[in-house]
Write a protein that binds this ligand. Structure first.
Ligand code: HEC
Length: 189
């Protein structure tokens, strides 16, 4: 019994690369702890992210959304009522951060880091299931809220239905929807 154990130990210790790897790993952990506790990382929202940090965070977010949204079933979205109600939610809750045709800036948006994407330009990068997941669950450590806390799935699909129309929408079409939607915010209350 002991011989097997001894042999195993010998095989492991004979591998010359184990020691350097252990040293490197503990060295990296110590450097990371020093960086964290020294306070040199600037968490201010008005301090731009380094390109590498931005890549790291956005790629992590993209991969996470794709993995989590993979088995969501998408309902019929191409229905005028759904699109109109989705517009109502969007006008009420999203334009301040994500703008819209004819709305080119807002006070809250300018102070945010990461900057909320202009959805009219980025929506086509996402599938309807991925949009649903993002809107329902939000994105942690960014300003993107989880709207699933206050809106049921039906309302979130309405927002997705509207978003799918957004890339091709002109300022006039947005204005027409605005008039059609009246003052209604799309919620039942
Ligand atoms: C307070 C600001 C804020 C509000 C309000 C807000 N969002 Fe966001 N949203 C963000 C930020 C910031 C991001 C970027 C997250 C990131 O970089 O990972 C984002 C990302 C997104 C994305 C992913 C877009 C992309 O191209 O990466 C979608 C889709 C989205 N939001 C939809 C919505 C919808 C729909 C609403 C309204 C119901 C909304 N958001 C309201 C701040 C906001």
């Amino acid at each position: 019994m002991n011989t097997t154990h001894d042999n195993l130990e010998k095989t492991v210790m004979n591998k010359g690369w184990i020691k350097p790897i252990l040293l490197l790993t503990s060295g990296s952990v110590i450097v990371a702890l020093i960086v964290i506790y020294s306070g040199t990382i600037n968490v201010a929202a008005n301090y731009p992210d380094h390109a590498f940090t931005r890549w790291l965070l956005h790629t992590t977010m993209e991969q996470s959304v794709k993995a989590h949204a993979s088995d969501i079933t998408v309902p019929e979205l191409n229905q005028p009522d759904k699109i109109l109600n989705g517009f109502r939610h969007y006008r009420e809750m999203c334009t301040g951060c994500h703008l819209a045709p004819g709305i080119t800036s807002s006070e809250i948006r300018q102070g945010l880091m990461p900057q909320p994407p202009v959805l009219q330009k980025t929506v086509n990068n996402w599938s309807p299931a991925e949009l649903f997941w993002i809107i329902k669950n939000g994105v942690r450590m960014t300003a993107m809220p989880a709207w699933g806390s206050t809106h049921n799935d039906e309302k979130i699909w309405e927002m997705v239905a509207f978003l799918k129309q957004l890339p091709a929408m002109t300022e006039e079409q947005y204005h027409t929807l605005d008039q059609k939607a009246g003052k209604d915010d799309g919620d039942d209350d």
